[in-house]
Write a protein that binds this ligand. Structure first.
Ligand code: CA
Length: 220
């Protein structure tokens, strides 16, 4: 899952980015509101972590602008402002959730997963597909109850495909979900991950349309 982190405090920004990357998220980080607007106008982010007190353009103004332009990317506000009125203003401006600093990174990751789950219309925390079970919280995968070890990126790729069975995702779309700006992407990285997933989970799970992309068939 590709996340844009908007935070001007270097220490908080660095630790949130590092922590979420460890949790398997692809995180890009900008430090002011204008840079966030540019990033959101050019890249397909799946969620925004938004500080309120920001240089050049404040978080609330940024959020109101996004919603005014009918951009409904999920937004979780992260801020030290814990006054009830700020919280209300953030939610009324179109935020999906609100986390007050200092926060626990595990809690932040759990809230991100909860927002993503609500937005995708799933109520269950665990994803089941045929005999396969994926748990985004623990990043555990099992087939028929037997645990299968996947790398962080293999898991993220499989999750992206299983969130919308039948939808074809191109190699570029998958790369965007797996890698942030500063991360080196080998030209055949997606193919390598797909190959590993097929080897571990069976050749029939992930289908491929040559030159178009990859998908898992609609159930059953
Ligand atoms: Ca700030």
């Amino acid at each position: 899952m590709r996340i844009l982190l908007v935070e001007d405090d270097p220490m908080i920004g660095e630790s949130v980015r590092a922590g979420l990357r460890q949790d398997g998220f692809a995180v890009d980080w900008v430090q002011d509101g204008r840079a966030a607007e540019v990033a959101l106008g050019t890249e397909p982010f799946e969620l925004v972590l938004l500080d309120l007190g920001l240089p050049r353009l404040g978080g609330l103004e940024l959020l109101r602008g996004l919603r005014g332009r009918k951009n409904d990317v999920p937004v979780v506000i992260i801020t030290a402002r814990d006054a009830v009125s700020d919280r209300i203003a953030g939610l009324d401006a179109g935020a999906d959730d609100y986390v007050v600093k200092p926060f626990d990174l595990d809690e932040l990751a759990a809230r991100i997963r909860a927002v993503a789950r609500r937005r995708s219309g799933r109520s269950e925390a665990v994803i089941k597909y045929r005999d396969l079970t994926l748990n985004p919280a623990t990043r555990e995968t099992s087939v028929d109850g037997r645990t299968v070890a996947l790398s962080g990126r293999e898991f993220a790729l499989l999750l992206a495909l299983l969130e919308r069975p039948g939808a074809v995702l191109s190699r570029a779309q998958l790369e965007e979900k797996l890698y942030g700006w500063n991360e080196e992407v080998e030209s055949n990285a997606v193919e390598v991950h797909i190959h590993a997933l097929r080897r571990k989970l069976g050749a029939n799970l992930i289908k491929n349309i040559r030159g178009v992309g990859y998908y898992v068939p609609k159930r059953p």
